[in-house]
Design a protein around this ligand. Structure first.
Ligand code: NDP
Ligand code: GDR
Length: 371
């Protein structure tokens, strides 16, 4: 019998990579997607199957984490062996603008799934993975952060995820559900949402190098993050649900890097050396040299500046994870390092914007995008 997985957040970065992974392992995959006024399935369109085919491996259901009735109905219909709860309002800065919605989707949404398992009597059948986050550590208590480091959330997003973390632990202890938290540190890819800092930087690198954008405006350049590749991290999610006992795991690379350094690495991929001068809001990044004949911009040009509007009311300054438990117990090992990740992301964005440049050079107007 094929195993069945239900993924919330299937249209997101991790949902797409996890779907590919589970399909490659022979799973029947079901996903919950939200109704939106535009198509929102770009990341999984290559996996789409016409529902009229005879052997369907991927099925999408309309739903929302804020609607219990539909979660219960979908879980009853699918009878999943594994649920991966990846659905969330996942942008930390935006959670300050939409705190109540974030609490509902990211916090209570997890409770709704756990309760659905109980209501349907699936406690012994259905395992559940909760997408917990390094944002739980928030204000630095100790480094590197491990499964035993205390939490101190610093945003409505992190506080909502804190509820989700503990309700997952509680339902495991109270009802014997195989429920686990993966405490994942930042993970990125060419599929990363455009307003997260890494993707914003790699997109701007490609556009600036091709003359499609003048300058990149960023917030806190000093923030330090432990960045891995989403492809490696979805492997860990799968492994977490294949163990004898349900437990919580930190998934991280153990290396931390500042935003400023990520910018330098990104521009270096197109042969542009960027140097930073000045401090705080007056810090700027300038072009020192261009070594790639394809991407020539004027030396001395200011390509990076700080805009306070990207600062957060409370910031998480330093994240660096200790992946010892996941390496020893799960046998998890990331295949990508930061250099490999940046290379892949910049190459993908250069490809993407070559088409846009062609349109611009042919006299078509290029649409602006909000960041
Ligand atoms: P994305 O933002 O790329 O994807 C989020 C997904 O959740 C999308 O499919 C989105 O749908 C869906 N979603 C949003 N709100 C709801 C809702 N109310 N009901 C149902 N679905 C909803 O996130 P990632 O793939 O990067 O992250 C996956 C999960 O892991 C998230 O929970 C995130 O908080 C968490 N996480 C992410 C980390 C990272 O570095 N990427 C690190 C640690 C944790 P739509 O496409 O329609 O917007
Ligand atoms: P984060 O990711 O908040 O860590 O949450 P993000 O990429 O948004 O920010 C990382 C750091 O970069 C700083 N920064 C900027 N961030 C954005 N988005 N835009 C900017 O212009 C900018 N300039 C500087 C931020 O202040 C921050 O310090 C991500 C999400 O995927 C969460 O869902 C997940 O839980 C955590 O990672 C782990």
């Amino acid at each position: 019998m094929k195993k069945k997985a239900l993924i919330t957040g299937i249209t997101g970065q991790d949902g797409a990579y996890l779907t590919e992974l589970l399909l490659s392992k022979g799973y029947e995959v079901h996903g919950i997607k939200r109704r939106s006024s535009l198509f929102n399935t770009d990341r999984i369109d290559h996996l789409y199957q016409d529902p009229h085919e005879t052997e369907i491996k991927l099925t999408l259901h309309y739903g929302d984490l804020s609607d219990s009735t539909n979660l219960i109905r979908i879980i009853q219909q699918v009878q999943p062996d594994e649920i991966y709860n990846l659905g969330a309002m996942s942008h930390v800065k935006v959670s300050f603008d939409t705190p109540e919605y974030t609490a509902n989707a990211d916090g209570i949404g997890t409770l709704r799934l756990l309760e659905a398992i109980r209501i349907l009597g699936l406690e012994k059948k259905t395992k559940i993975y909760q997408a917990s986050t390094s944002e739980l550590y928030g204000l630095v208590q100790a480094v590197p952060q491990s499964e035993t480091t205390p939490f101190y959330p610093r945003s409505p997003y992190a506080v909502a995820k804190m509820y989700a973390y503990w309700i997952t632990v509680n339902y495991r202890e109270a009802y014997g559900i195989y429920a686990c938290n993966g405490i994942l540190f930042n993970h990125e890819s060419p599929l990363r949402g455009e307003t997260f800092v890494t993707r914003k930087i790699t997109r701007a690198t490609a556009k600036i190098a091709m003359g499609l954008q003048d300058k990149l405006f960023l917030g806190n350049l000093d923030a330090q993050r432990d960045w891995g590749h989403a492809k490696d991290y979805v492997e860990a999610m799968y492994l977490i649900l294949q163990q004898e006992k349900p437990e919580d795991y930190v998934i991280a690379t153990g290396v931390t890097t500042r935003v400023r350094e990520f910018v330098r690495m990104s521009f270096a991929e197109v042969g542009i050396t960027v140097e930073f001068k000045g401090e705080g809001v007056n810090e700027k990044g300038y072009v020192v040299s261009c070594s790639d004949p394809e991407f020539q911009i004027e030396t001395g040009k200011e390509v990076v500046a700080v805009d306070e509007k990207y600062f957060r009311p409370t910031e998480v300054d330093l994240l660096i994870g200790d992946p010892t438990k996941s390496k020893t117990k799960l046998g998890w090992e990331p295949k990508y390092d930061l250099q490999g990740l940046v290379k892949e992301m910049v190459a993908a964005d250069v490809d993407l914007f070559k088409r846009e440049k062609l349109l611009k050079d042919s006299g078509y107007a290029i649409k602006n995008q909000f960041e």
